[in-house]
Structure formats: C-alpha cells, structure tokens
Design a protein around this ligand. Structure first.
Ligand code: CAA
Length: 694
C-alpha cells in the first residue's frame, strides 16, 4: 500500500487511513490507495467490513484543486465511488473536520457514516465555479431530499452534524471523541447484526418539485448574478429525474468536467489560490516573530471606529474604545448595542453572544487609558493635522512596543509615523465600511514599519476573521487608488453624454453589486465631495470641471440619506430616476460648451475597467502591491469586483495584455496623456506576451 493510504486489519474489520496533508485532498495517490484498500478488503475472507478514515485535521476536504485542468490519473473519483457502490462488504466512513466536495461524495458513497460532533459538511464546488462531479447531485437528494440538496450544492455553505443527522446524511455521532474506535465499533456492530452494504444509488429520488427548482433558479439568478455554476448544478440535480442513477452519474461528471474547463472556474480557482498566497509576504518568512496582542485600543468612535470595535470583540479580543468625550462614547455604545440587538432579533446572534461581546468593551474618553493595550487602531477624523496630533500623543501614552495603526483611507502614514516619534511601530490597518461585515483588511507597511509589526497585523487580521492584504503607502492604497480612476472615468463619461444610469447598468451586468453612481449615493455625496476637495490641489482642470457631486451637495442632495442624489429615493431607500440629475447634466454641458454623444456599452465598460487595470500595473511597478494577487483579492473583496472574472489583473490577462494596451492607446489618442498613458509594466508585459498573474 502507498504510505498515503495505509491499510490495517483489526479482527473482522479492515481500516484504510488516508494521510495526505494538509487537507487529505483526493489526489491520484489517495484515489489509488483507496481503490487498493477496497480490493484488498473484498478479497480477504477474514474481513467483513471496511472503515475509511483520515489522519490529520480533517476527513477529505475535496478534490485536489491543483490537479484541475491537468490530465487526471486513473482511477477518477466516480470510478472509485462506483467500486464502493458495488462492494459486497459494508463500508463505513469515519468523519471529522470539514467533509467537503469530493470528500463529501466519498462519504456519501460509503454505506454508513459516523462523525465526530464538530464535523462540518458541504459542497463548496459552486464557489469554484464547478458542478459536483462524483454523485453529489445524485446521492444527496436520495438521502436528504430536494430542498437540502439544492441549498447545499448551489449555495456552497456548510451544515453541522445535527443537521446532517436529521437530514439522513450521516448515521451516527461519535460522542466520546475517539473516532477510530467509534468507527470500528460501529462496523463490528453492523457485522454482528448482519447489516450488509447499501448504496444511496438504490434509493429512489424524492418526489419531483418543479416549483422548488424554479424558485431556486430565480433566487440564484439574483444572488449569484452572472455565475453559471449554480444553474448548471440545478440541471445536474434534475438528471436524477431524467435517467437512471448510473447514467445520471455519467452526465453529472460530464457537466463537472465542462465547468472545470470553463473561464469562470479558472477565475474562481485563481481567487482561491490568490487568497491563500497573499498571506505569504515576499521576504517575510512564515516564522517571523509576532508581538503578543491581548488587548486592543480603538480611538475615534465614528462609523468606522464602531465597526472596528465590533469586528475585534467578535473574535473574543478585549477592546478599549476611546471617544472624543463621554457624549461620543455613549452614542457609539448605543449604536453598537442597536446593531447587535437587531442581529439577536433576526436570530443571527444569541443574546448570550451579544452580552459576551459587550462585556469585552471598556470605554473611555481619555487616551491615557490606552496604556494597557498592545495595539491601537486610530479611526479619528480624516484630517492630517488631527491625526498627527493623535499619533504624537499615542507615541507618548502607550507602551514602547505598542503597535500604532491608522485606519486612514488615503493620508500618508509615513507622516503619522514620524509624528508618533517611533515610526517602526506604526502601520496602517484600513478596514472597509461596514468594518464588522467587510472581509477585506488593507494592512499598510510604511517606510519604517518593523517586520514583526507587519507579521503581527497580518496574523491579527486573520484572527479577527478578515482577509488581510498588504499594501505600501500611497494615496488611497490599493482599492481606493484604483477606484479613484474608475470614478474619474465615470464622471468624464457623464460629461461626454452617458447617463449615470447607463454607466451603472453596464457595471451591474458585468457583475458588480452596484455601479459608481449608486455607490456614490450610498456612501454619501458629501463624503465624496470631501475626498475630491482633499485631492483638489493635484487634480486636473477637467477633473475639477466635472464637479457634479459639489453641485449636488450645494443643493443639499447628499445621496440616499437625503432622499436625492444621482437617483431619487423613497422612504424605503428604493431608487428611481431623478429629473434633477438630468437637468444638472444638461445645464453643465451648456455652461461648459460640451457636446454630448451616444456612448456604447463596450466603451463604457472598457474605460471604467481598463483605467483600473492600468493603475494596477502602476501599483505593481511601484511595489505598492507585491503581486497581482494582492490587487485581485483586494478588488474582489473590497470593491465587489465579480470573483468569477478573477479580479482586474487576472481578467486583463485573459483578454490579453496586447489587446488591453491597444484599447488604452486608443483612449489616449481620444482623451489625452493625462489620463491614459499606459503603465510601463503593461507595455513591457504586453510586449513579452506574458500576463500579470502568470
Ligand atoms: N486542494 C488542494 N489544496 C487545498 C485544498 C484542496 N481542495 N483545500 C485546501 N488546500 C490547501 C490550501 O491551498 C492551503 O495550502 P497552503 O497552506 O499551501 O496555502 C492548505 O490546504 C490549508 O488550507 P487553508 O489555509 O484554507 O486552511 P483552513 O484550515 O483555513 O481551511 C478548508 C481548510 C476548510 C479545507 C479550506 O481549505 C477549504 O475550504 N478548502 C477548499 C475545499 C474545497 O473547495 N473542496 C472542493 C474541491 S472541488 C471538488 O471536490 C469537486 C470534485 O471532486 C471534482
């Protein structure tokens, strides 16, 4: 036997143990080892049942993603599971950790399933743009019914043992903690009771329910707009009603292979790998020491500060929340209590969890109380003079090695670092609004930030459930700097004749959750106007001329919160067209003698997105982003760039950088060097025929 799958016989029970770290993926050697174990158990007259178990932290967590797109060695997973279906001796799967994808399919092809209490189950294939390929869509409905199957396979979430047991997906829970012994005992009992093998494939499909499929199709088209896998998975489940089990398995596998070969899966797999890659910082070994963080301070309790407090205590870390004065502190605590209470009312949080979180927050209006922390996140008003003063005080009142992090979204952290008097302890931790919800955390390494500070904030980000991406210091870091180029193009497009609604529609149908103008209304036009003002000194005349937000703010139109912005809003914040916007754009054109023209969807899309790709290339050559992975992960998780196109840099690679460059050159000729000079790295890579991510 291979050392990846070991085989032992304990009396009448054989045991195959998979040991393929890190997650026991069904690599070729695992499939071969399991096939051999089944053959041996079948051939040995002394053996009456077989247990399949895994060493390490989890049962098989799926197919080996790194093997996708490469020729697959035999036996392929469906062939292995067909062997299990045909086995004449009962096979028991002993489950722990995360039983996912192909691993769940192995478990369901076993005849009986025993799981440890903490085990979780799911079909994450949809998140990789894939249709389950080894019976997931066929065995699950036969065991658990349609509703559970549709939810599990199309949404990609996980269920716990209680739900798995109740829905018939497992047979028993091994309560006493020793899974190996429990599974052997379970198998022995089967033998004693004379229970034979049983294949889920021999069970009938549950009663058909076309309305359920229709409902799911509608909901998925809305929730996972633009993604093909969820709908293909529904088609795969339907195969169970159209043909017999074996034929349906063949068709399901064909759909699976087709989805793996498609562009969306390629992009989603890029995202999976990139999300893990960004945790490895070039030049910062994994064993770089980190500082111990036991208590965090948050100073500034506006919307961002509150969200940061909530995010940190949610991970069980105590926080000292410091506000300007008692009134601000009280208002912040009231707002936090209100948000959590509404989660409790909705049932997404227990009262006990809320009480625990509240108990972790200490409040103060005195910065001296931050002396008891190892990290302070500053989230005061976005004003350099105010922040500098705060950092000067923080440098004095905190311990000599307390990390001082700014949540600024565009100010120069090197200047804050100098103001603190100990720049090696200063960095950025840029959360996205709402900070307790959004996964992205841009950690910023300033010129003098210590290596252990970088290692500490990357680890801390993960500890509080965020997806940390490291950025260097520049105006707007990765996401806001790239976004500012999109906003500029969006304003220019409106000045040239595209309606805001048309611009938004193009991005919406590309897969963004909303377009730039709906986003402006949501964030607040006053906020956007303040950001434009802060950058006015470096703006071009044309950028200053496109002063739509200033015009609206002057009229008290602040976006959603005032009921009127680019769009108008009813009392439920439902948007509709705004005639004032049309009038403003027409008057603006007349005032400045602008000639409006029809602008096609392709031009809108290319100008908005290529402007970001070009800026991304600059971020790479400046070293602000170490790799294209940082940019793709940040843009997907911070701005809502659709993950199934893989983020801006991967997407540009798929188009071909020569084509992207040609379009940028065309825009340069039409719009001028100031906005469309191609990044030298883009020119270089296009010339070399390579991509940003390859
Ligand atoms: N294939 C290959 N490598 C995998 C993997 C997989 N399916 N799942 C995880 N890994 C690797 C990760 O890349 C990572 O490697 P590095 O340390 O080199 O970065 C390592 O395992 C640990 O992973 P995480 O950092 O994600 O660890 P975690 O403990 O936070 O999470 C996990 C573990 C829940 C299993 C998570 O990794 C996960 O969700 N993995 C994906 C599972 C999945 O999508 N399975 C379905 C695959 S498709 C399929 O199965 C269909 C089919 O049969 C055709």
């Amino acid at each position: 036997m291979s050392h990846i799958v070991s085989y032992h016989v304990h009396g009448a029970i054989a045991e195959a143990v998979v040991d393929n770290p890190p997650v026991n993926a069904t690599s070729a050697s695992v499939r071969q080892g399991l096939a051999e174990a089944i053959r041996k158990a079948e051939a040995d007259p002394e053996v009456r049942a077989l247990v399949i178990r895994c060493a390490g932290k989890t049962f098989i967590a799926g197919a080996d993603i790194k093997e996708f797109g490469k020729p697959m060695a035999e036996p392929q997973l469906p062939a292995l599971l067909a062997m299990m279906d045909r086995a004449t001796k009962p096979i028991v799967a002993a489950l722990h950790g995360t039983v996912l994808g192909g691993g769940f399919e192995v478990a369901l092809a076993a005849h009986y399933r025993v799981a440890l209490p903490e085990t979780r189950f799911g079909f994450p294939e949809v998140k990789l743009g894939i249709v389950p390929g080894a019976g997931g869509t066929q065995r699950t409905p036969r065991l658990a019914g349609l509703e559970t199957t549709i939810k599990l396979t199309t949404e990609g979430g996980q269920i716990d043992v209680a739900k798995a047991l109740a829905s018939g997906l497992i047979d028993a829970i091994a309560e006493d903690g020793d899974l190996g012994l429990a599974a052997l005992a379970y198998a022995e009992k089967l033998v004693v009771e004379g229970q034979g093998p049983r294949s889920a494939g021999t069970l009938p499909m549950p009663a058909d329910d076309p309305a359920l499929f229709e409902e799911a199709r509608k909901a998925l088209s809305r929730k996972m707009r633009g993604q093909s896998a969820p709908l293909k998975i529904l088609d795969a489940i339907r195969l169970g009603y159209e043909m017999d089990f074996d034929a349906a398995l063949l068709q399901e596998f064909a759909l699976c292979r087709e989805s793996i070969a498609g562009p969306q899966s390629k992009a989603l797999r890029h995202m999976f790998a990139a999300e893990r890659e960004v945790a490895r910082i070039p030049g910062l070994p994994a064993d770089t020491p980190t500082r111990l963080i036991e208590r965090v301070g948050v100073i500034g309790l506006g919307a961002m500060g509150r969200g940061i407090v909530m995010a940190i205590v949610s991970a069980g870390l105590p926080v000292i929340a410091v506000g300007l004065d008692q009134e601000h502190v009280d208002a912040a605590m009231k707002a936090i209590g209100k948000m959590w209470s509404s989660s409790v009312a909705k049932g997404s949080m227990t009262q006990e969890a809320m009480d625990k979180r509240l108990a972790l927050i200490t409040t103060s209006d005195d910065m001296h109380d931050l002396a008891a922390t190892q990290l302070v996140v500053e989230a005061v008003t976005e004003d350099m003079a105010v922040k500098k003063a705060v950092f000067a005080t923080l440098g004095q009142v905190t311990q000599p090695d307390t990390i001082l992090a700014s949540n600024t979204s565009f100010l120069n952290i090197d200047m804050l670092a100098e103001a603190s008097g100990r720049p090696e302890d200063v960095c950025g931790m840029h959360f996205f609004n709402p900070a307790h919800v959004m996964r992205l955390l841009e950690n910023v390494r300033a010129a003098k930030t210590d290596r252990d500070v970088v290692a500490t904030i990357m680890a801390l980000g993960k500890r509080i459930g965020k997806l940390p991406v490291l950025s260097g210091v520049c105006d707007g870091f990765i996401v806001n700097r790239m976004l500012s180029k999109r906003s500029r193009e969006a304003f220019f497009l409106v000045e040239e004749g595209a309606s805001p609604a048309a611009v938004d529609r193009v991005l919406l149908s590309y897969g963004f959750p909303m377009g730039p103008f709906a986003l402006g209304d949501l964030a607040g036009l006053d906020v956007q106007a303040a950001a434009r003002k802060a950058r006015a000194a470096t703006a071009t005349e044309r950028e200053l001329r496109a002063d739509f937000v200033e015009q609206m703010v002057a009229e008290g139109r602040l976006g959603q919160k005032s009921g009127s912005g680019w769009y108008s809003y009813d009392e439920n914040r439902k948007s509709g067209p705004n005639p004032q916007t049309d009038a403003m754009i027409a008057a603006h054109a007349e005032r400045h003698g602008l000639k409006l023209r029809e602008i096609g969807e392709e031009e809108i899309l290319q100008r908005l997105l290529y402007a970001m790709v070009n800026e991304g290339a600059k971020l790479l050559s400046e070293g602000i982003a170490a790799r294209a992975d940082e940019i793709d992960v940040a843009m997907v998780n911070g701005l809502g760039w659709p993950s199934h196109s893989g983020g801006p840099m991967f997407w540009a690679d798929q188009i071909g950088l020569d084509k992207v460059l040609a379009a940028i050159e065309r825009f340069r000729a039409e719009q001028g060097d100031a906005y469309w000079t191609p990044a030298p790295l883009l020119v270089q890579y296009a010339g070399e025929g390579r991509g940003f991510t390859a």
